[in-house]
Write a protein that binds this ligand. Structure first.
Ligand SMILES: CC(C)(COP(=O)(O)OP(=O)(O)OC[C@H]1O[C@@H](n2cnc3c(N)ncnc32)[C@H](O)[C@@H]1OP(=O)(O)O)[C@@H](O)C(=O)NCCC(=O)NCCS
Length: 154
């Protein structure tokens, strides 16, 4: 049995927890307004929360699923809960749900220096398919585009 419960965010009620993890994880975090805008498009925009046994939100993963492509927008885990499999559970869930909705491939952009995320995605079968020069700010850095084509059965 997985140690984490994964549930979809469907209302703004849990946004404070998501925003706290954003702040702790990114130099350029998504704002409340950005998350609220995503909630307006629940046909294609999905945000999954990972909760511990006490139902504390310990991580989240937000994705778009458009036609046959899953795009991972954001994945972050609260610092005290890292390296215990939360991201693995979130990503596996997002991919399973994406496949259920018709996705056959997945993409994500990741900072070149983000070793942790690059290792995680590599373990999930993603490989580098492009580079977006100076895509990120704070600090300016290239994004690596990672993709996985064989979502079904992979
Ligand atoms: C990247 C991140 C989401 C990983 O979350 P996590 O819950 O700690 O990851 P998991 O425990 O599920 O680890 C799964 C695998 O990812 C890789 N990994 C995770 N953290 C790692 C690290 N610090 N260094 C190297 N590999 C790492 C490992 O392969 C790991 O498997 P293992 O523990 O069996 O070695 C987390 O470090 C984070 O929130 N970072 C800040 C936000 C961020 O960079 N998000 C990604 C945006 S693209």
């Amino acid at each position: 049995m997985e140690a984490w419960t994964i549930e979809r965010l469907t209302s703004p009620v849990e946004l404070d927890a998501v925003l706290a993890i954003e702040e702790a994880s990114f130099t350029n975090p998504w704002t409340r307004q950005m998350h609220l805008a995503e909630l307006e498009h629940q046909d294609v925009s999905f945000c999954y929360l990972a909760r511990d046994a006490a139902r504390v939100v310990v991580g989240f993963c937000s994705v778009w699923c458009v036609v046959d492509e899953l795009h991972i927008n954001n994945l972050a885990v609260s610092p005290p809960y890292r390296r215990v499999g939360v991201a693995r559970s979130l990503l596996a869930h997002a991919i399973r749900e994406g496949v259920r909705l018709g996705a056959v491939r997945a993409t994500i952009e990741v900072r070149r220096s983000n070793e942790a995320a690059r290792c995680l995605y590599e373990r999930f079968g993603f490989s580098m398919t492009g580079v977006r020069r100076a895509y990120y700010t704070k600090p300016v850095e290239d994004a690596l585009v990672l993709s996985r084509d064989n979502l079904i059965g992979g």
